[in-house]
Unconditional design. Structure first.
Length: 172
């Protein structure tokens, strides 16, 4: 499945729910909720920071004022080049895992320099938690190229150390 999504930030949760529909018969309800949350975070990042080019600092400043984030979204969506950008999502699955490749048309970012949201200076910040949360939800998360593309995977059954040990024959 490949989708091209417009920057409708208010629809990111609906987009995420649609992307998880294919897993509904296979995964537990809790996993479906978690994956939906993780996909929503990644889609919002792609639209907000990628396609609309909103920086961490700009978002924090906008959050400090009443309706500031909505105003910032409107300003960026009024810019024709930014508004025309799309988020591409490629979904595939097999007997081992589900995989989503989410790509925005932004400039990318230095994903190696993502600050830890659990640091004392950032613990109360409402920015920067989406990637951290998604890393907890998905089994694999890998940024590609310039940072405008992320591959995330959820395994159907995680490899188990005990199972791996019992699968190896012991010497006689």
């Amino acid at each position: 499945l490949t989708l091209s999504l417009e920057n409708h930030l208010n629809l990111s949760t609906d987009y995420a729910r649609y992307l998880v529909k294919e897993t509904a018969d296979i995964l537990l309800e809790k996993d479906i909720r978690d994956i939906t949350l993780g996909l929503d975070e990644m889609l919002m990042n792609a639209m907000e920071h990628g396609n609309l080019g909103i920086t961490y600092e700009e978002k924090n400043a906008a959050l400090a004022e009443q309706n500031g984030l909505s105003k910032l979204y409107k300003i960026r969506l009024a810019e024709p080049l930014r508004a025309a950008r799309r988020v591409s999502v490629e979904f595939q699955f097999n007997a081992v895992y589900f995989e989503w490749l989410i790509t925005d048309e932004g400039d990318g970012f230095d994903w190696k320099a993502i600050p830890n949201p659990l640091e004392e200076s950032r613990i109360l910040s409402s920015c920067g938690r989406g990637i951290f949360l998604s890393r907890l939800i998905f089994d694999e998360m890998e940024y590609l190229g310039k940072g405008n593309s992320v591959r995330i995977r959820k395994y159907l059954k995680k490899p188990d150390a005990a199972t791996a040990d019992t699968a190896t024959p012991s010497p006689a």
